[in-house]
Design a protein around this ligand. Structure first.
Ligand code: R5P
Length: 263
């Protein structure tokens, strides 16, 4: 593997333990104002020192993140539709590789929608990005989006994740489902889980631990961190599960202790 690609991958997945806590704060690209991200600087910037990498749009990066930020950036490069659209997940490119490189990214993220009428559009545009990623040494994080009409089970998530890896993804981001260990077995690149809708904190920590146990290398988590009652304590608790092998119960205890003393 090319040195640049390896170097950037090591900025996303920590070489020490091979795990990662990616902080996903890109929701505005299709949701616009999002609870927890409205006052982005106030909520998100204090989380950055505890994130191994932050995933966001170029607009959020330029407007909210100071250039002396040391947290590596994974840039969202697909989008172009909104929650008001009938074809919400029919995404195309929303940035060029040239701009991504100018922004000094550690990686890029592209959502694919397998099984939709328009799957060919997203898969071919994704593949075009994978070519650029190889050319410039930039890791591709494939996000397996799920349409409302699709069943969120191991069979579907494995199908989408394996296709993403076969087409050129370096990391696959997918949803945690029952039988996740079978998905991980079938996907030849590191797998991270999205958090999904906000859960009670103990459940989000349990899901994180279960995903790691099943072979995920970490999380690319958003709402379950930044919509937590205390986001800084929550990201520290998630880190404790991912990097320090805390059980979910130990991590929730830590969360409560940190909350009480103001992190
Ligand atoms: C969705 O496509 C976006 O990439 C989100 O960043 C992603 O779903 C992760 O965020 P959450 O943990 O809130 O689901």
């Amino acid at each position: 593997m090319d040195w640049g690609l390896k170097n950037r991958l090591n900025r996303i997945i920590r070489p020490g333990d091979g795990r990662t806590v990616m902080l996903a704060v890109d929701h505005g690209y299709f949701m616009g104002p999002t609870s927890g991200l409205d006052d982005f600087r106030k909520t998100i910037n204090p989380l950055l020192p505890y994130a191994d990498t932050v995933m966001l749009t170029r607009g959020a990066l330029r407007n909210y993140i100071p250039p002396d930020c040391e947290t590596p950036v994974v840039l969202r490069v697909s989008g172009g539709t909104s929650i008001l659209s009938k074809e919400l997940l029919r995404e195309g490119s929303i940035v060029t590789m040239e701009d991504a490189l100018r922004l000094n990214v550690a990686g890029v993220a592209f959502s694919i929608l397998v099984g939709a009428d328009f799957e060919r559009d997203t898969l071919l545009e994704f593949t075009r990005w994978c070519d650029d990623c190889q050319k410039y040494g930039v890791p591709m994080v494939a996000v397996t989006a799920v349409g409302k009409e699709m069943v969120r089970d191991e069979k579907y998530m494995s199908l989408a994740s394996r296709i993403a890896a076969e087409l050129g993804a370096h990391i696959v981001k997918t949803y945690f489902v029952d039988g996740f260990e079978r998905l991980v077995e079938k996907v030849p690149v590191p797998v991270v889980i999205a958090g999904g809708k906000k859960l009670p904190e103990p459940e989000a920590l349990r899901m994180t631990a279960q995903a790691l146990h099943a072979g995920a290398v970490g999380v690319d988590m958003g709402r379950n961190i930044f919509q937590a009652e205390d986001p800084v304590s929550m990201i520290k608790a998630v880190r404790a599960v991912v990097h320090e092998k805390h059980t979910p119960e130990e991590a929730f205890k830590l969360y409560n202790e940190l909350r009480k003393k103001g992190h």
